[in-house]
Design a protein around this ligand. Structure first.
Ligand SMILES: Nc1ncnc2c1ncn2[C@@H]1O[C@H](COP(=O)(O)OP(=O)(O)OP(=O)(O)O)[C@@H](O)[C@H]1O
Ligand SMILES: [Mg+2]
Length: 356
């Protein structure tokens, strides 16, 4: 498990996972019960279109209000929050360092990391995870370095505090998706899988093997691209373009479908570029499958295009697959519809404060 544990507690506490996506805020609360995970709460509330632009929290009071209403409407009493960042807000690098113990690296990480981070080291929050000894040179080890500018993290701290909550842990979208995947799907530890989460403005690509990240990249592209293209090509307002996108499966508007299929190809090409990059640099085996999540996986024919053009089996990540819940509390059909959008918040809710 990975994350920027800047505000670490000594004791493990109950937390809620809150995903501030650019199109909506999502909340999930889980509980461990007799070795299985129970779903206690799940909810989503849209954000105004300009509240988040280019990963920046532009309208923090609007965001705080949405969080407050969402948490209150679910009757959640817990104050400690795990959230995540992605895209331009975070730098993730796999680096090779001389082999050393965890504690030793904790002392040295700022110094070691300096050359990989394009900002003053005093302006960033950093975390790392030792992955494995280097396969060519056992005196070296692979380390995953995660860094974010302090002012970005401070924006999140402020938004949650304005909502009456306390930000306890900052994770990264692609790692949250990975945790949601691992908790809900059985997979072969030898398989190399690409986890692709396609949201409204960012696409998180995380190539994993047996619980370890081999490669990760965020691409600034997502569902907004469909809306923009529909708006431009069909001369619609952005509201009508958004509705057109959601209803394309049921409509027989050929012009609309043509635009969507074109964007499906653009997005697929971008995924393919990352997978090809990984395949061309990796010493490990090839990628054997893709699991997708994010609201865009509901776009008309996107999944078909990805599997056809990339030539790999594509599965849907189901973040509720192994969660226990009472059908009186949660309608299974509602959860199924919501599932694609909930990979990140489920992954966040899986973390306990104090985890590392
Ligand atoms: N039924 C649907 N059909 C087509 N697109 C959909 C559907 N439901 C949601 N989407 C699209 O999915 C996107 C939202 O997905 P998601 O909630 O994963 O993104 P986000 O977390 O808000 O954004 P990001 O992480 O990129 O900042 C929007 O672009 C939305 O239009
Ligand atoms: Mg998202």
């Amino acid at each position: 498990m990975m994350g920027l544990d800047m505000f670490l507690f000594k004791k493990k506490k109950e937390v809620i996972g809150i995903d501030i996506g650019s199109s909506s805020v999502k909340v999930v609360q889980l509980k461990e019960h007799k070795g299985s995970l129970q779903l206690l709460n799940v909810g989503i509330l849209p954000l105004p279109p300009e509240a988040i632009v280019d990963n920046t929290l532009m309208d923090s009071s609007a965001i705080a209000t949405v969080i407050k209403i969402l948490v209150a409407s679910l009757g959640i009493k817990i104050k400690d929050v795990v959230c995540s960042i992605s895209g331009n807000s975070v730098i993730i690098r796999k680096i090779v360092l001389p082999a050393m113990a965890q504690e030793e690296l904790e002392d040295q990480i700022s110094w070691e990391a300096e050359q990989y981070i394009p900002f003053d080291i005093n302006d960033v929050n950093m975390d790392f995870q030792i992955l494995s000894p280097d396969s060519y040179d056992p005196s070296k080890m692979n380390v995953l370095l995660v860094a974010s500018k302090k002012d970005i993290i401070n924006d999140y701290v402020a938004v949650f505090s304005e909502s009456g909550l306390h930000l306890a842990v900052v994770d990264v979208d692609s790692f949250a998706v990975q945790n949601a995947f691992e908790a809900n799907h059985d997979y072969n530890f030898e398989d190399i899988l690409a986890l692709v989460n396609i949201g409204a403005s960012v696409m998180n690509i995380n190539i994993v093997k047996g619980g370890i990240t081999l490669f990760t990249r965020d691409v600034q592209m997502g569902g907004n691209l469909y809306t923009e293209e529909i708006q431009k090509q069909l001369g619609l307002s952005s509201e009508d373009a958004e509705i057109g996108k959601l209803l394309a499966g049921e409509s027989h508007n050929e012009a609309l479908r043509t635009v969507i299929i074109k964007v499906n190809e653009t997005i697929t090409q971008e995924i393919r570029r990352s997978l090809d990059f990984y395949n061309s640099t990796a010493s490990e085996d090839r990628i054997s499958g893709i699991f997708v999540s994010g609201g865009c996986t509901k776009v008309y024919k996107l999944i078909d295009t990805v599997s056809e053009k990339i030539g790999l089996p594509v599965g849907k990540l189901d973040p509720f697959a192994k969660l226990k819940y009472n059908e009186k509390d949660f309608d299974p059909a509602y959860l199924q519809a919501l599932g694609p959008l909930m990979a990140v918040p489920v992954g966040l809710a899986l973390r306990k404060v104090g985890d590392k």
